[in-house]
Design a protein around this ligand. Structure first.
Ligand code: OSB
Ligand code: MG
Length: 368
């Protein structure tokens, strides 16, 4: 394929409520949408879903725009290339994984259109429906939390994840377990604990949790291995795994038994496929995490969750939960028993509504 035009579209979607986590609040969602067009007029969309501030990982909306515009696009424009060549040619850029996925994902949509194969088939996915869980932010009260959990359980979600942080952990968990003793339940700490909190982490072992996600620092695997040795509940790593090599090392030292894979965090779908292989070899379970992407980012998350080792429920929440309106025509639809059907058509599977991108536009760059 040969890309002749790139658009970098910075949008802000208003949110219906503030999503509170161990790293802070998200109350509106900035996103960087990448639109690529080939010399034959084939269009692919991608999303770089960094947060506006460097509170989850080091990237931000603005670093994504900078890296895409000044380093990735120049390697891409006006030359014949495959996805593999693009990934290799851009490997001189260290880190900046979310930016890389923003561009690479758009190339995957174009590849899907050119080869007339669905994203799932192109990636080598094995599932035609994906199990879904819900991620519930820190709530103003335990009563409010129980209300939200009850609603989501009633809607069929196959696993409930609550965000925890010091001061919001055992009490809400005790209340949930009292009211919903049997549900599949997990916590995500988003790096809000330290090794000195081991006694507290040990208490989390008593709630029959599916996993404890990223209790310690965003860049740690060593101390996570110490925690995993002390607990019977599996540790799941999110922030700490930025590549297939990170996954290999974390598994080797026993830092986790489960990995939350977000295609942006690990730098694209090519890297996700490598992680799937490593997980298979080592018997490690995977699931696809989310970070309040627009419908564009979610489309790639659905495709990722079809890979063989992604057996645990994914955080792929319908946009209508968080946003009044999204930039894709179709929303994620959860069946009564908590699955999303994987689109079988070519391309991303969810149609982009350009007028909605324009409606929420903050700024845009066009490069030819
Ligand atoms: O740690 O999984 C996380 C949102 C932003 C940043 C990090 C995370 C999250 C979520 C959102 O948990 C889950 C979703 O998109 O449904
Ligand atoms: Mg997480």
């Amino acid at each position: 394929m040969k890309i002749k035009k790139v658009e970098i579209l910075h949008i802000t979607l208003p949110m219906k409520f503030t999503f509170t986590t161990g790293f802070g609040d998200i109350s509106e969602r900035d996103a960087v949408i990448v639109r690529l067009e080939t010399n034959d007029g084939v269009v692919g969309y991608g999303e770089a879903a960094a947060l506006s501030a460097p509170v989850y990982l080091t990237e931000t909306t603005e670093t994504c725009i900078h890296i895409i515009k000044d380093f990735l696009v120049p390697k891409l424009l006006n030359r014949e290339l495959t996805i593999e060549e693009y990934v290799n040619d851009c490997s001189f850029v260290r880190g900046n994984n979310i930016a890389k996925h923003g561009v690479e994902s758009a190339l995957w949509e174009i590849e899907s259109l050119l080869k007339k194969k669905s994203l799932k088939d192109l990636l080598g996915g094995t599932r035609s429906k994906v199990p879904i869980g819900e991620s519930i932010g820190v709530q103003p009260s335990v009563d409010k939390l129980l209300e939200v959990v009850g609603k989501r359980v009633g809607e069929g979600y196959r696993r409930i994840k609550i965000k925890v942080k010091p001061g919001w952990d055992c009490k809400p968990l005790r209340a949930i377990r009292k009211k919903f003793p049997k549900i599949s339940l997990m916590v995500d700490a988003n790096s809000s604990y330290r090794l000195k909190d081991m006694d507290l982490l040990r208490k989390l072992d008593e709630f029959d949790l599916l996993m404890i996600e990223q209790p310690l620092a965003f860049d740690d695997i060593i101390d996570h291995a110490k925690v995993q040795k002390e607990l019977k509940t599996p540790i799941c790593l999110d922030e700490s795994i930025l590549s297939a090599e990170d996954a290999r090392k974390a598994i080797e030292i026993g830092a986790c038994r489960i990995i939350n894979v977000k295609p942006g965090r690990v730098g694209g779908l090519t890297e996700v496929k490598k992680i799937n292989k490593i997980a298979k070899k080592n018997g490690i379970k995977l699931w696809c995490g989310g970070m309040l992407e627009t419908g564009i980012g979610k489309a790639y998350n659905v495709a990722v969750a079809t890979l063989s080792e992604f057996s645990l429920p994914a955080d792929i929440t319908p946009s209508k939960t968080f946003f009044g309106e999204d930039v894709t025509k179709q929303d994620i639809e959860i069946s009564n028993d908590g699955f999303v059907s994987v689109p079988s058509g070519v391309g991303m599977g969810y149609e982009v509504v350009k007028s909605r991108i324009n409606k929420y536009m903050v700024k845009q760059f066009e490069i030819k």
